[in-house]
Ligand binder design. Structure first.
Ligand SMILES: Nc1ncnc2c1ncn2[C@@H]1O[C@H](COP(=O)(O)OP(=O)(O)O)[C@@H](O)[C@H]1O
Ligand SMILES: [Mg+2]
Length: 510
């Protein structure tokens, strides 16, 4: 690798890119120095992925210039960018599932495939993996790997090709905290070797932990000048990102709790493989409270949520709503009785990807007036109610006729929640409602949940995000291996104690 040039690794000036008239990047300047980790920070929809995709040759900018190590660059494809030493790890991996790790390493690179035997590639994969703290079995097939390991393969692929500029687009969204820490050590190592790394994130603590400088994007434009990470507080960065300081409403201590609205007794639910994932859970949720369910993923959260929403029949136990046993009832009847569900996978379950935002907003209510009159749907009502919700919940990026799947993650989630909370509810079950969202969208979603609670709804918040649970829950239950292993009220719930319970350190109880 020759890195003697004094020029920055990247120098972008006046980059603009519009999609269907929406400016995803608007006159953006961006400089990446050799040997630095440069964080790209911004809310969902701010234009981060677009900028990265331009650098990686996937999109061509409408205007602007780009220099790579001082040389003008006009990429027509990712191959051109790659030839200039630029490698990108996308948010959605591009691996072939039924090929092995080693086979994926050489995929799309005829040169490597010609030069090396399978055994060579396996050995190299192993070596690079060890050198960078990203070990992975070269003979494993991609489908056998965890998401974190698949991401390693993507990174190793770029290292194998000796990318000098590495772009990681929200790499930690799919990682555990331990995997993220390891990734950051790798990122630092790559920068120390003289590579330049762009790290896209909206998690401020990560940016503080690993980056040298930060460029903030908002609504497609760069906010201010790039800042040295060491000089910026998380609060300042958050303010740059959302354009104002964030405040969460706090609870009026005089607010009284209502009656028990959701009561679960000794519930047992199986997972997809037929094993018992919920193993005797009992809990009550009262009107006007948020009960948080903390736990590491895979301890029965999914099955618990499914059972309450009516998506999976429990093998034992009861679920009662306002004292009425609803254990055997259908999803539709639960919706009619006032159970709202905000799922984790927004497009998979919650929304119809091909319909417009307005249509999606009307989906659950369509059987009732004013959406339908007799057997007919009333399009105008869809439009009016939709427009009102879009405005009220600040859902951005909506354009006439545009399928909802083209909205960014944060806006999808706001649409989903807007639709859920406009129904009359007794109970709202929310699973990781802010996962993958930026600070601004997270604040909006949290406010919606608090508003529901203050309006007398019983909220069950199932989340792996401790900050979120601590910020919202009136009471916290810890789920471990399908059982509730601890209960804490929010003033006694310090993260350390919670973390121990989540890791299975069941407390001695008197
Ligand atoms: N391929 C595309 N087609 C249409 N609109 C797009 C496309 N890619 C991005 N956008 C829009 O451009 C804006 C910026 O998106 P993106 O760069 O993905 O933001 P970020 O990565 O910061 O969340 C959003 O409004 C998004 O909806
Ligand atoms: Mg993105």
């Amino acid at each position: 690798m020759t890195l003697r040039s004094e020029s920055p690794a990247l120098d972008l000036r006046g980059i603009s890119k519009a999609f269907y008239g929406v400016k995803a990047n608007d006159d953006v300047d961006f400089e990446l120095r050799q040997g630095e980790v440069h964080a790209l920070l911004g809310e969902n929809g701010a234009g981060k992925s677009t900028l990265c995709s331009i650098i990686a040759g996937l999109y061509r900018p409408d205007t602007g210039t780009m220099h790579v190590y001082g040389e003008p660059a006009h990429f027509r494809s990712p191959k051109d960018a790659f030839a200039a030493g630029i490698g990108m790890v996308y948010q959605h991996f591009r691996l072939v599932n039924n090929l092995t790790v080693a086979e994926n390493m050489v995929l799309g690179n005829a040169d490597l495939r010609m030069r090396y035997s399978d055994v060579d590639i396996e050995r190299q994969t192993h070596e690079i993996g060890n050198r960078y703290g990203l070990p992975v079995d070269p003979q494993a097939r991609i489908w056998q790997l965890s998401v974190g390991e698949q991401q390693r393969v993507e990174i190793l692929k770029q290292l194998q090709r000796n990318a000098r500029i590495l772009i990681l687009d929200e790499p930690t969204a799919v990682l555990t905290p331990q995997e993220s820490d390891q990734l950051f050590r790798t990122v630092r190592q790559m920068a120390d070797e003289g590579r330049a790394v762009i790290l896209v994130s909206h998690k401020l603590h990560e940016i503080k932990q690993v980056s040298d400088r930060v460029t903030v994007l908002r609504h497609g434009r760069r906010v201010g000048e790039p800042v040295a990470t060491a000089d910026a507080t998380p609060r300042e960065l958050a303010a740059m990102m959302v354009g104002h300081d964030l405040v969460l409403p706090t609870r009026d201590p005089n607010e009284h709790l209502g009656d028990v609205v959701l009561s679960i007794q000794d519930l047992r639910v199986r997972n997809d493989r037929g094993l018992e994932a919920v193993r005797g859970v009992s809990l009550d949720v009262r009107r006007g409270e948020i009960v948080g369910i903390a736990g590491v993923a895979g301890n029965g959260q999914r099955e618990l949520a499914y059972a309450i929403a009516g998506l999976r029949r429990p093998v034992a136990g009861t679920i009662a709503l306002d004292g009425v046993d609803i254990t055997g009832t259908s999803v539709t009847s639960r919706i009619a009785r006032g159970i709202g569900y905000v799922p984790q996978n927004r497009l998979g379950m919650g929304l119809a990807p091909g319909l417009t935002t307005e249509e999606n907003l009307g989906l659950k209510a369509y059987r009732k007036p004013p959406f339908s009159r007799g057997p007919f749907l009333v399009p105008k009502t869809f439009k009016d109610v939709g427009a009102q919700l879009i405005d009220e919940y600040d859902i951005r990026g909506v354009r006439p006729g545009l399928p909802i799947r083209l909205l960014s993650g944060g806006n999808l989630q706001k649409a989903l929640i807007a639709r859920e909370v406009t129904q009359q509810h007794s109970v709202l079950v929310a699973r990781s409602p802010t996962r993958g969202l930026d600070v601004g969208a997270t604040g909006a979603v949290r406010n919606l949940l608090l508003r529901e609670r203050d309006g007398g709804v019983g909220v069950l918040l199932i989340s792996e995000d401790l900050d979120e649970l601590l910020a919202l829950s009136d009471r916290l239950l810890v789920l471990f291996e399908g059982r509730i292993v601890g209960e804490l009220t929010s003033d006694e719930a310090d993260p350390a104690r919670l973390g121990l319970l989540m890791a299975g350190h069941v407390e001695e109880t008197a």
